[in-house]
Design a protein. Structure first.
Ligand code: NDP
Length: 286
């Protein structure tokens, strides 16, 4: 059986094209250009790359973009004041605070993220959005799992009735991924570091999502023949090589479909941020 390579590049291009059309529609119908503000505190090199990619995504889709660069030693009050200003800025429909935050304010992360208006919370981390997702109401949904679900839809992969197994239960990936799959009628199992007999469970998966943060964690013996394997992991090896959580070489021949790293879920995440910004603008127009 042929393995389908689920190229993030192809699906991200479709998502961005769709976002671009929606931006044009909002401009024509309401005279509104969706706007995204990204706040970056400090000099984390990986964060700088992500922020540059976000700016590029805005440029490609016609979204108005602001990047607010704050010094490494910014205190909580100053950051909260900036978020408050953006909450009231009519040009801005989406606000994203780039993580990780510098040490002195890291412990206040939850308070900082909750200060973002739920209507502008394009990362989908605010408890109101988390709650709305879990009860099936309109919600801004975290970009990475949301991008994975849209990819499955675009690839024509059936989710209803399938057994989806997720390795990882973070608030950013694992839990919202579980909610999204459940809402689409999959039977969902969530595994984590305390799960016993992990491979026995993952071998039952029709759809296997790896969001662990450990290079080459998922090996061929953990995967059922023909399974759809979504690799969310982004791990930088000492050699600087970027790899996922899945041992692609050994798993790809068994899988029915698989996402590569790089070139997979990471690209979908950025594209989905553009979609979320458009959706946030739509919610605010409503
Ligand atoms: P977290 O570290 O928050 O969560 C990792 C999860 O994996 C935890 O639930 C943990 O379990 C579980 N886990 C750890 N070790 C094991 C193990 N031995 N067996 C089973 N489960 C285990 O990571 P994130 O969810 O934030 O990210 C996961 C990966 O996805 C990372 O590589 C990250 O870089 C990447 N990522 C990629 C994105 C993209 O755009 N492609 C976006 C976001 C993240 P427990 O809860 O018990 O500790």
């Amino acid at each position: 059986m042929e393995t389908t390579l689920l190229s993030g590049k192809v699906f991200a291009a479709q998502l961005k094209e769709e976002a671009k059309r929606k931006v044009e529609m909002l401009q024509e119908k309401y005279g509104v250009t969706p706007g995204l503000a990204v706040i970056i505190v400090g000099e984390d090199p990986a964060s700088k790359v992500y922020v540059a990619n976000k700016e590029k995504g805005c440029h490609e889709t016609g979204i108005y973009s602001e990047v607010i660069r704050m010094p490494e030693d910014t205190d909580k009050e100053t950051l909260l004041a900036e978020i408050d200003r953006l909450n009231h800025d009519a040009k801005i429909h989406g606000i994203l605070v780039q993580l990780p935050l510098p040490k002195q304010i890291r412990s206040a992360e939850a308070e900082i993220l909750e200060a973002i208006s739920p209507l502008k919370d394009v990362d989908g981390f605010h408890p109101i959005n988390v709650g709305n997702l879990s009860i099936g109401k309109d919600a801004l949904v975290p970009c990475t799992p949301h991008g994975c679900i849209r990819m499955l839809e675009m690839a024509g992969i059936k989710v209803a009735g399938k057994h989806a197994v997720i390795i990882g239960r973070s608030n950013i990936v694992g839990k919202p991924m579980a909610q999204l799959l459940l809402s689409r009628n999959a039977t969902v199992t969530v595994c984590h570091s305390r799960t016993e007999n992990l491979a026995d469970i993952t071998r039952q998966a029709d759809i296997l999502v790896a969001a662990v943060g450990r290079p080459y964690f998922v090996t061929a013996d953990m995967v059922k023949q023909g399974a759809v394997v979504i690799d969310v992991g982004i791990n930088r090896l000492e050699s600087k090589k970027l790899v996922g959580d899945v041992d692609f070489e050994s798993v790809a021949p068994i899988a029915g479909a698989i996402t590569p790293v790089p070139g997979g879920v990471g690209l979908l995440t950025i594209a989905m941020l553009m979609q979320n910004t458009v959706f946030a603008a739509e919610l605010q127009i409503k």
